[in-house]
Design a protein around this ligand. Structure first.
Ligand SMILES: NC(=O)c1ccc[n+]([C@@H]2O[C@H](COP(=O)([O-])OP(=O)(O)OC[C@H]3O[C@@H](n4cnc5c(N)ncnc54)[C@H](OP(=O)(O)O)[C@@H]3O)[C@@H](O)[C@H]2O)c1
Length: 268
């Protein structure tokens, strides 16, 4: 099986690297192409995969093609590659907001998987939600899942609506966590800690809390009850968040991302 990744940006290289480190594919069976010659020269130096320069040289050879360019580059790319594709090939798009129907029509093919990764994929801790066109077989889906799992976990969803919804939770979610971390680091600095110490205090708190959450079956609410005693310090903080409606504001933010994903999907 030969895989081609088009777009050697953050995400494209993350998947190419994840696949090259896995045992699923031989390294010589992973091709990467980007329109920037300089980028491909760089990729050729560091990479564990074949750096390609011309669509003509790699598209016809590929069994699976990852589409990892920005959504606004999709139309131009599709025009250039339409005459090179065939109906047996499987396309995995990670382009935010670009629908399966749009890809099928633009390329004249049927087998499309639409996936939504997130940034922690870069460290093998990503979450990729995905949905497929009905023309994709069970066996092909099994392969797709294997490839997506090389950057973390994958989650198959029922429809494209859930791709937009997962954009609001896991896709954009890492930024919400960074927002919270930033606020806590600013508070630590204001309390007199150095920048380095603030960073350690905050990052170890996040890592530890997530680890606790993952290793037990308790809900976040139950954990909060365990940490907060009546009249204590944690209760003071949680009461302050409750009084300021932080819970509702976070939900509102997630829905803002979800709604924006739906809006972007209407363009493609
Ligand atoms: N980053 C994330 O966290 C994230 C999360 C979810 C989904 N995504 C999706 O992942 C996709 C890639 O994002 P990214 O952050 O990796 O983007 P990126 O860093 O901009 O990488 C895309 C690469 O594709 C190249 N490219 C553009 N048109 C091309 C063409 N016709 N042929 C070959 N290469 C072409 C770009 O070159 P130029 O720079 O010269 O244009 C760039 O090097 C996007 O569609 C995005 O919606 C990203």
């Amino acid at each position: 099986m030969k895989v081609l990744v088009i777009g050697a940006g953050n995400m494209g290289l993350t998947y190419a690297t994840g696949m090259s480190k896995s045992k699923l594919l031989k390294k010589r069976n992973i091709m990467v192409l980007d329109k920037s010659k300089e980028k491909m020269e760089e990729v050729g130096k560091i990479a564990h995969f074949d750096a390609m320069e011309r669509l003509e040289d790699c598209v016809p050879k590929a069994d699976i093609i990852f589409l990892a360019v920005k959504p606004y580059h999709a139309e131009d790319l599709f025009k250039r590659m339409k005459h090179l594709v065939n109906p047996e090939q499987l396309f995995i798009s990670i382009m935010a907001g670009v629908t399966i129907k749009f890809i099928q029509e633009a390329l004249g093919i049927q087998k499309v998987v639409r996936a939504m990764p997130n940034l922690p994929a870069q460290v093998g801790k990503g979450l990729t939600s995905y949905v497929s066109a009905e023309e994709v077989s069970r066996l092909e889906l099994f392969m797709v899942e294997g490839l997506l799992d090389t950057t973390g976990k994958s989650l198959r969803v029922k429809s494209e609506k859930y791709i937009d919804a997962s954009t609001g939770i896991s896709g954009s979610g890492p930024a919400y966590v960074f927002y919270f971390m930033q606020s806590m680091m600013e508070a630590a600095l204001q309390m007199g800690f150095s920048e380095n110490v603030s960073k350690v205090l905050v990052s170890q708190t996040f890592t530890g809390a997530v680890e606790l959450f993952n290793q037990n079956n308790l809900t976040p609410d139950s954990w909060m009850e365990r940490v907060a005693s009546k009249g204590g310090t944690t209760r003071a903080a949680l009461d302050s968040m409750q009084d300021n409606n932080v819970n509702e504001l976070i939900k509102e933010a997630a829905f803002a991302a979800f709604n924006r994903a739906v809006e972007l999907g209407e363009e493609y």
